[in-house]
Write a protein that binds this ligand. Sequence first.
Ligand code: FO1
Length: 318
Amino acid sequence: MTYQGHIVLFVGGVGGAKLAHGLYHTLKPQQLTIIVNTGDDFWHYGLRICPDVDTIMYTLGGLVNRAQGWGVADDTFTAFETLRRYGESPWFRLGDQDLATHMTRTARLREGATLTQITRDLSASVGIKCVILPMTDSPVSTIAHTQAHGDLAFQEYFVKHRWQPALRSLSFVGIEDARITPEVSEAISRADAIIIGPSNPWLSIQPILQVPGLRDLIGGRDVPRIAVTPLIGGRAVKGPTAKIMAEFGLDVSVKTVVEYYSDLINGFAYDERDAAPELPTDAAHIRLNALNTLMDDEHARQRLAHDIIAWLADWSMK
Ligand code: FO1
């Protein structure tokens, strides 16, 4: 199988990074553009932190702490511990090497560079050869509206409260004014296939799809547009996808996820351990494919990437 097309992959953090990594090692780098959620970004101790962009960058650059899926492997926490000495109660674990990323990014933002330019340069510095794009250069902040703690900035909900407070709804502050970047627009316009990664559809993919104009750009492309299930056996491999679905009153099933994406996609990869989801008539155009979507080691990431690419290579013959 030689697939020559250009793939655009949409992802959030840890789950999406695994597929990004598999595709990166299966395709030529110039065949892959990764568009990353920035709704999780925030200011912390005067620094601009972009957790999902950094997770993708550290994963593809071979730097990531594999046990946790984010942060830099073997990082030290001298600055973090020093904050404690100063009487602070830091709750977001920033390692010393990771801090250098945020310091560089923040300094360059203050000089007027865009997040797109900074991400390109940081990625190149760690040896990444494909393109990683933030979903927008405009500031967007995901807010979790919870029952127990009211409105929480995303990282407070996710890290400080360990995504335990029941979620009532989400909002994305700044999204109405967010601009699609020329780089994102161009990548989608010339993509031969679009993949929505197995990231949390509500927390990670929703903010990307709400960037004005982006959804229409994807939907208008007459190419394979596939999503990969974030659920296996009714559970998320990692993170709160299933918990959030239940809190939103949704049936925790692959069918719900397909329906959620149904006006955007024409293909869906569910896990081979699960039964094929029954599609409602308005989703009958969606091609289903049962794949082994569990990416528990590097080999599994590349196997899934290979299976998806084989599907795309066969697509027009069906
Ligand atoms: N996740 C945690 O659960 N605890 C942390 O202290 C934490 C710190 C952190 C620092 C840098 C970074 O890039 C990511 C970090 N994450 C941490 C992960 C991050 O909060 C989430 O993975 C994403 O925002 C959700 O996609």
